[in-house]
Design a protein around this ligand. Structure first.
Ligand code: 9MR
Length: 469
């Protein structure tokens, strides 16, 4: 593994400290793994899902709703996989074909199917430059930003409690050597569109894991990989809620498995996020590349699961490359055996790899809830750094619910707001009233929502008061 590459922005002494830690952690895992591997091969699991589960992971596949009536397809799905990702049914054009008219029928078929069988579900995907419905493709600026946040809020709310994770943002970085964001109508709404989407998702479901997902971020030295790494590092430092990074890993169409893949997986994981292989397929299903990719995931404790992008070659978006684990007749290919072996040889992390989602380092609410006259309350928690802060405000409806709400707070002298999400501020300094957006004003009795803002200066001593409208 090309361990000598120092990612930009990381101090060498930190790097050495990290390496020493990783080496001792790896030694401990190897010691534990020796015993577990022995036990594992004594009664090696005979399906992909069972083997992954024995090692605290999942093994999943992309699923198409219209194939759930194909018996040959579902026989393999039920036998081999314990996680699913809807291939197209949760994309923006599928769930909000007309603005504010949501359709979940096809996605629900997959969700119900998976839930009945105890399979984990990854939602895919909430904010993406591609597969936008026509109305969204024609939008720009503030209107688009609001529409995107509304989409995130509505869809995450609809599936609250049902999914394991969401691909909140998909494919936001450019290919090539620029390390820049991909140009798109979403990107043109402002560079903070990604974090705004993550914050809206967290507010809508505090328990689902929130992932950033992309392709061509497998090679650790690639500019695109480094750019995504720096974004995730920045999010963790600033407390933007992110729980996982998905490496699509389409080793098709001219891409292939990079020898430093394990370094990439472990480097992202070291930032404090789970990593997952989310859309794996490999030209001609090369058994060695499949074996290596799976073994790399198994060697990284926070690599929590692998999803292949379809079941049979005939189900693949690149069927001509026959890139999957089953042939068109549903027979296991050589690559299947290689993957099963790599799973069975894998190591069970000593600590469970799944952690509850975290929004980064948060401080407990700095003020007791204050009950406004109109039946809502608000608390604020603040994360500060030198010269700035992010405030997250939780609004909770009283016993009669709200049609709308307003939260007023006085900023300390010298503090100014530079960015607000999920609320409309009346000003940028002094006493500011934050009003609900169109999509988060209506709260049932006892229900909560969150908004937030970023400020310059010091953010201490703010006391929110809430009134329902
Ligand atoms: O496999 C999906 C295919 O059926 C769709 O036509 C295509 C349209 O964009 O999307 C494919 O899935 C993509 C996934 O959503 C994101 N990463 C790349 C996948 C392959 O194109």
């Amino acid at each position: 593994m090309s361990d000598d590459i120092t990612p930009a922005g990381r101090r060498p002494e930190t790097r050495h400290g990290t390496r020493a830690l990783l080496i001792s952690a790896a030694a401990a895992l190897l010691a534990a793994g020796a015993a577990l591997t022995f036990a594992g091969s004594a009664n090696a699991a005979s399906t992909l899902g069972a083997s992954a589960a024995e090692r605290g992971r999942y093994f999943g596949t992309a699923v198409a709703a219209n194939k759930l009536s194909d018996g040959a397809y579902t026989t393999i799905l039920n036998r081999e996989f314990n996680q699913v990702t809807p291939e197209n049914e949760m994309k923006i054009d599928a769930t909000e074909p007309q603005q504010n008219q949501f359709t979940f029928a096809n996605a629900d078929r997959i969700v119900n199917y998976a839930q009945q069988r105890g399979m984990k579900i990854k939602g895919h995907t909430l904010a993406w430059h591609s597969q936008q419905p026509g109305w969204m493709q024609r939008m720009e600026g503030t209107t688009l930003r609001q529409a995107m946040l509304n989409h995130v809020t509505q869809v995450v709310t609809y599936y609250r409690g049902k999914l394991d994770s969401w691909d909140v943002v998909n494919e936001a970085f450019a290919d090539g050597n620029s390390g820049a964001r991909r140009d798109s109508n979403l990107q043109r709404t402002g560079n903070d569109w990604i974090e705004a989407a993550f914050r809206a998702a967290r507010a809508a479901d505090p328990n689902v894991k929130l992932c950033y997902n992309d392709y061509n971020i497998d090679n650790w030295t690639a500019a695109k990989t480094q750019a995504v790494y720096r974004m995730v590092q920045d999010f963790k430092q600033r407390g933007v809620p992110i729980d996982c990074v998905g490496l699509q890993s389409h080793f098709t169409g001219g891409s292939s498995y990079p020898s430093n893949y394990r370094t990439t997986l472990s480097s992202f994981a070291a930032l404090g996020v789970d990593v997952q292989i989310t859309e794996l397929d490999i030209t001609n299903a090369d058994p060695n590349q499949y074996r290596n990719a799976v073994a790399d995931c198994m060697a990284v404790p926070r690599c929590t699961g692998i999803t292949v992008w379809g079941i049979r070659d005939s189900d693949s978006w690149r069927s001509g490359e026959r890139p999957l684990l089953f042939d068109g007749n549903g027979n296991k290919k050589q690559a299947y055996d290689a993957v099963l072996q790599a799973l069975n040889d894998g190591v069970t992390p000593t600590t469970p790899p799944t952690t509850p989602p975290t929004g980064g380092p948060t401080t407990p609410p700095t003020t007791p809830p204050t009950q406004g006259p109109g039946g809502c309350s608000a608390t604020v928690s603040v994360q500060s750094w030198t010269g700035g802060f992010v405030a997250t405000v939780r609004v909770t409806a009283g016993s009669s619910g709200t049609n709308g709400w307003r939260v007023t707070m006085t900023l300390p002298s010298g503090a100014t707001i530079v960015n607000t999400w999920n609320a409309q501020p009346s000003g940028t300094s002094g006493t500011v009233t934050f009003s609900n957006m169109s999509y988060n004003g209506r709260l049932g009795a006892g229900q909560s929502t969150e908004f937030g803002f970023q400020g310059n200066g010091v953010g201490t001593g703010m006391t929110p008061s809430c009134s329902a409208t």
